[in-house]
Design a protein around this ligand. Structure first.
Ligand code: ACO
Length: 332
């Protein structure tokens, strides 16, 4: 048993193709759908996103594996020392095997535990919480936790209220059991009463055919309100459990869905705007990938140092949400 788990290193991967709001507006106009850079930017804070090109080999699995490999190498973990791989994704390349099993094979970690987590946009927080609990309980000592998505596959370009929001990418964290902090507190929540009518993708395979819709549907206003409430409440809860105040947070890494949601939550929590990571402008909403992508960008920009309090949080369909608060101890 270890007292804590800690993030030893992070990694990320993005598809090559950057699609600006203007690029997307042109693409939609050709289909008779009207949108503008101005509308997208002012309502969401998004300026561009990446779209994967499957013909170039860019898939959820390839992005997940690239992000995981970077985190593993930066942490100095040899492949045969990894005990656990968890991939959070809502856009796996296939129903099974799991994305985690594919990633394990690509990384050369054959034999270790590997499974996927489906908590939609909250997936990375769920996966991190699960890995933290497993590392503290043992016998697992080293884990790679990944969030990876190709949301471009499930957006309907004829639905301007959703298609402008999402992007593709992957982020990862290499975790190890530790007697020094570490993750101080992590909690996950769900309320299934806010079901697929609020936010959902109802497609399923049955009897050899696709049933339901293969595209995201969303009640934007309802999601906005539930997101603000869940994120604020869960952050307050983990801060209390960790015995700290949210205002002490030095690096705030919220789910990158919408700048207005992020700013509203930061304000309610008393977290300074300078502490907030804002990659939504460049990545759009990458669902389970958004938090680890944003964390990795902040780490690479030198925005976090040993001892800093870091708050991670995410929310998505289910509704499912959660927060994690940690003391940054990455020394590699
Ligand atoms: N371009 C131009 N106009 C648009 C677009 C667009 N892309 N999309 C919608 N509009 C129009 C609507 O048709 C509507 O027009 P009308 O008044 O003539 O009917 C008008 O803009 C206002 O639409 P609303 O839906 O009321 O706009 P709102 O200010 O609520 O913003 C948004 C919509 C951005 C989706 C907002 O509700 C939101 O951010 N919700 C949170 C949802 C979210 O973040 N989802 C991500 C997935 S879940 C998650 O990760 C938490």
């Amino acid at each position: 048993m270890s007292m804590y788990s800690r993030i030893a290193a992070t990694g990320s991967a993005l598809p090559k193709t950057r699609v600006t709001n203007e690029d997307l507006a042109r693409r939609l106009a050709a289909m008779g759908v009207e949108t503008t850079d101005e509308w997208i930017r002012t309502r969401t804070g998004i300026e561009a996103r990446r779209f994967a090109d499957p013909a170039a080999g860019e898939t959820t699995t390839s992005l997940a594996a690239a992000a995981a490999r970077e985190a593993m190498e930066r942490a100095g973990f040899e492949p045969d020392t990894v005990d656990l791989i968890i991939v959070a994704t809502t856009t796996p390349d296939m129903v099974f095997p799991s994305t985690a099993a594919r990633v394990q094979s690509i990384l050369g970690c054959a034999g270790c535990a590997a499974f996927d987590v489906q908590a939609v946009c909250a997936g990375f927080i769920y996966a991190l919480n699960a890995a933290d609990a497993m590392l503290r309980a043992g016998p697992y000592k080293r884990a790679i936790v990944v969030g990876a998505e190709t949301m471009s596959r499930v957006i309907d370009l004829r639905d301007r209220s959703t298609c402008v929001l999402f992007g593709d990418g992957a982020g990862a964290a290499a975790l190890e059991a530790s007697d020094a902090p570490g993750i101080l507190a992590a909690r996950m929540y769900a309320d299934g009463r806010h079901d697929e009518k609020v936010l959902g993708l109802t497609a399923r395979i049955s009897g050899g055919t696709l049933e339901g819709s293969p595209y995201i549907n969303m009640d934007g206003r309802q999601v906005f309100k539930l997101a603000v409430d869940g994120l604020t409440g869960s952050a307050e809860e983990v801060a209390k459990l960790a015995g700290v105040s949210p205002s002490e947070v030095k690096l705030f890494v919220p789910h990158q869905a919408n700048l207005r949601i992020m700013s509203m939550v930061a304000k309610k929590l008393g977290i300074a705007d300078e502490a907030m990571v804002k990659t939504v402008s460049e990545h759009g909403n990458t669902s389970a990938a958004s938090v680890p992508l944003a964390l990795d960008a902040a780490v690479k920009a030198g925005r976090v140092k040993t001892g800093d309090l870091v708050l991670l949080q995410a929310v998505g369909a289910g509704m499912a949400w959660g927060s994690a608060i940690l003391q940054w101890r990455a020394d590699r």
